[in-house]
Design a protein around this ligand. Structure first.
Ligand code: GTP
Ligand code: MG
Length: 137
């Protein structure tokens, strides 16, 4: 598809980087289809990250992702999933290419500023987690 899902994580929102990151996203050619600010409970973060539940950092990740405000968004662009992963850069900001969002805004491998869906299927599921059908026009 031509859509992906992203969310600005608590470190980015808390540091006041919401506007700067959204500007990067729009300048890269992504159109915002849906956007809100909210905060996850630990239980909801656990549901969102259920695909990672066997990983060593799962509990830490869920605690972190429920620690503050997040800004989930659905974005549209040709080749959205792959192009957006390239725009945000590697998971670990120390390994993220210069000029990527994580290179410029992430604090650590966990507090890494932004999420980007890794497949069309996950993008659809993650968007539906936060937004009802009538919010996705
Ligand atoms: P997302 O776009 O957020 O899904 O990141 P990703 O696809 O680059 O990474 P992955 O899906 O493998 O991991 C999900 C999230 O878990 C990462 O974005 C980090 O916030 C966190 N994470 C990944 N690896 C580690 C780790 O080794 N330690 C900790 N504490 N957190 C990690
Ligand atoms: Mg991922």
């Amino acid at each position: 598809t031509n859509r992906t899902f992203t969310m600005l994580k608590p470190d980015a929102v808390g540091a006041g980087n919401t506007g700067a990151i959204i500007k990067r996203i729009e300048e890269a050619g992504f159109k915002i289809i849906a956007l809100k600010k909210t905060q996850l409970s630990a239980a909801l973060a656990g549901q969102f990250y259920a695909i990672h539940k066997e990983r060593s950092f799962y509990n830490e990740l869920c605690a972190y992702m429920s620690s503050g405000t997040i800004v989930p968004m659905i974005l549209e662009k040709d080749n959205a999933v792959e192009d957006f992963r390239n725009l945000i850069g590697a998971t670990d900001p120390k390994k993220a290419a210069p000029g990527t969002i994580r290179a410029d805004f992430a604090k650590s491998i966990e507090a890494n500023a932004i999420h980007g869906s890794d497949s069309d299927e996950n993008a659809a599921n993650e968007g539906n987690f936060f937004f009802s059908a009538f919010e996705q026009f």
